[in-house]
Design a protein around this ligand. Structure first.
Ligand code: OGA
Ligand code: MN
Length: 210
């Protein structure tokens, strides 16, 4: 199914922009339509079954390496034109990118995103979503794809906000979390069941002349 594009001045997007401007993060529990969440989850599972997801690496470029003691998820980067559900997601994120640019003057030029599957017991230790040698990532956006997730399943996203106060998000299907990539340390707690998500980053243009 290809969902209708939404305009960049949609009230939901304006709320996210406002949250980011005032707090540096936003949580929208009912962001994705249920049908699209289901299709994206099915697409993620299909790719996993076909062996297309690979252990995620830590770091960037030649120095990147798989370290399960830091992060244990399996990922696949998204490309446009592969599946209608993925294209609907990318179109939604593009509307959000426009809304962010209009409201916050961030100059966001592109969006990179991947499916992530955490097997039971996998986690991602506390980190910030920005590389030491590359500050193009400005805003992180995570959408969860899990059916009937209960708090006792674990797998919370734990964000460390002002004064290091922790805010936990259950990875419930359809929920979107957005935060400033360079400013919000966070971690993924281990879960008792498989945990699916789509994680992406809005990027501004780099200083790199090449
Ligand atoms: C990440 C990340 C959070 C989540 O992939 O960098 O922090 O809740 N993901 O999946
Ligand atoms: Mn992260």
């Amino acid at each position: 199914m290809r969902a209708m594009p939404i305009p960049s001045d949609h009230p939901l997007l304006l709320r996210i922009v406002d949250d980011l401007a005032t707090h540096g993060w936003s949580q929208q529990n009912l962001f994705l339509p249920l049908a699209l969440t289901g299709e994206l989850a099915a697409e993620c599972r299909k790719r996993a079954a076909e062996g297309e997801l690979a252990p995620a690496a830590v770091g960037r470029g030649p120095a990147s390496e798989v370290r399960e003691g830091i992060r244990g998820d399996h990922i696949q980067w998204l490309e446009p034109g592969q599946a209608d559900a993925c294209d609907s997601y990318l179109s939604l994120m593009d509307s959000l990118r426009e809304a962010l640019n209009r409201g916050l003057f961030l100059g966001l030029e592109d969006f990179e995103s991947h499916f992530a599957l955490y097997p039971p017991g996998a986690f991602y230790r506390r980190h910030v979503d920005r590389f030491r040698d590359d500050d193009r990532r400005m805003v992180s956006a995570v959408i969860y794809l899990n059916d009937a997730w209960m708090p006792e399943h674990g797998g919370q996203l734990r964000m460390y906000l002002e004064d290091d106060a922790a805010h936990d998000v259950d990875p419930v299907g359809g929920c979107l979390v957005v935060f400033l990539s360079g400013q919000v340390p966070h971690e993924v707690l281990p879960a008792t069941r498989e945990r699916l998500s789509l994680t992406g980053w809005f990027r501004r243009r780099g200083n790199d002349p090449f």
